[in-house]
Design a binder for this molecule. Structure first.
Ligand SMILES: *[C@@H]1O[C@H](CO)[C@@H](O)[C@H](O)[C@H]1NC(C)=O
Ligand SMILES: *[C@@H]1O[C@H](CO)[C@@H](O)[C@H](O)[C@H]1NC(C)=O
Ligand SMILES: *[C@@H]1O[C@H](CO)[C@@H](O)[C@H](O)[C@H]1NC(C)=O
Length: 175
C-alpha cells in the first residue's frame, strides 16, 4: 500500500502542477480577456450570464467556440442588445477566427490590438455606434478592400452598412 502511494504521489504531483500551468497559460488568459469584455459591456438581456471567469476555460460559455486545444476561435454576439466599448484584451485571443458583434449598441473605437490576431477571418461590427479609424494594418490588411467602405468613421455619425458576406479570405463589416 505504502509502495503504491509512493509511486503514485510524485506523478500526481506533477500532473497537478502541469494542469495548473496549462490552466494559467491557456484557459485563464483567454477567459480573462473575455471577462474584461463582459465587465465593459452593459448586458440587459443577460446574454453573458454563463461567462464565469472562475471556470478552467471559457469553452463552455454560451456564444464562445473553442478549438480542440481549448483556445477561443469564435465569438457570436450579434443581436445581443449589448452596449459599452470593446476592450484591447480581445487581442489576446490569438486563435480567434470569427468575431460577430453586429447589431448592438457598441460605442468607442475598434481596438488596434485586433490587428495582431493573424487567424482573424470574419469581423462583423455592423450596426453599432463605433467611431474612429478602421485599422488597415496587420490582419486587417488582408480584409477585402471593398469592405472598407467607411474607412474613417466620423465621430457622432452612425453609418449603417448592410451585412456583407464576401466570398473571399477575409470579411470585415463596419458600421
Ligand atoms: C434591449 O434592452 C432594452 C432595455 O435596455 C429593452 O427595452 C429592449 O427590449 C431590448 N431589446 C431586445 C431586442 O431584447
Ligand atoms: C437588429 O436587432 C433588431 C432587434 O433588436 C431587429 O429588429 C433587427 O432586424 C436587427 N437588424 C439586423 C440588421 O439584424
Ligand atoms: C497596427 O497599427 C497600430 C497603430 O496604428 C498598432 O498599434 C498595431 O500594433 C499595428 N498592428 C500590427 C499588427 O502591427
Amino acid at each position: 500500500m505504502t509502495m503504491v502511494i509512493e509511486q503514485v504521489m510524485p506523478s500526481l504531483f506533477w500532473l497537478i502542477l502541469a494542469f495548473q500551468f496549462l490552466h494559467r497559460v491557456t484557459g485563464n488568459a483567454e477567459g480573462d480577456a473575455l471577462n474584461a469584455l463582459k465587465t465593459n459591456l452593459a448586458d440587459p438581456n443577460n446574454i453573458l450570464q454563463s461567462w464565469d471567469p472562475t471556470l478552467v476555460n471559457p469553452c463552455t460559455w454560451f456564444h464562445v467556440t473553442c478549438n480542440s486545444q481549448n483556445s477561443v476561435t469564435r465569438i457570436d454576439l450579434g443581436d445581443a442588445n449589448l452596449s459599452g466599448q470593446l476592450v484591447s484584451q480581445l487581442g489576446q485571443l490569438s486563435n480567434l477566427q470569427y468575431l460577430r458583434l453586429n447589431n448592438n449598441s457598441l460605442s468607442g473605437t475598434i481596438p488596434m490590438l485586433l490587428t495582431t490576431i493573424p487567424s482573424l477571418q470574419v469581423l462583423d461590427l455592423s450596426n453599432n455606434k463605433l467611431v474612429g479609424d478602421v485599422p488597415v494594418n496587420g490582419s486587417f490588411s488582408l480584409f477585402t478592400p471593398i469592405s472598407f467602405v467607411t474607412k474613417s468613421l466620423k465621430i457622432g455619425t452612425i453609418i449603417i452598412l448592410a451585412r456583407i458576406n464576401y466570398n473571399c479570405d477575409k470579411t470585415y463589416v463596419g458600421n
